[in-house]
Design a protein around this ligand. Sequence first.
Ligand SMILES: [Ca+2]
Ligand SMILES: [Ca+2]
Length: 104
Amino acid sequence: MKKNILAVAMMGFGLMTAMPASAAEADRRQVSQQARIVDGVKSGELTGREALRLERKHREIQRDIRQARRDDGHLDAQERAQINREQNQLSRRIARQKHDGQTR
Ligand SMILES: [Ca+2]
Ligand SMILES: [Ca+2]
């Protein structure tokens, strides 16, 4: 019994690593990037202006995800790749703005 649970857990893990850009991944990254922006403001690493700009980009991605789902209810491989690219870009921007030394 224990073995079965482990096998199922490992299968789930394999699935997750095999599909790094799944539709759920796009949503999960949105949540985590939002949290990174909020954290940056709290820690003072992001100025209000930096946060606003990053938030704007974050909303754009959110809109793109919604639009990509509207046609067929899903994110297909191409749509996921596009969203993933945008999220990578935003992730780099968040990192850069957090470490540019501007805190106010
Ligand atoms: Ca679609
Ligand atoms: Ca900064």
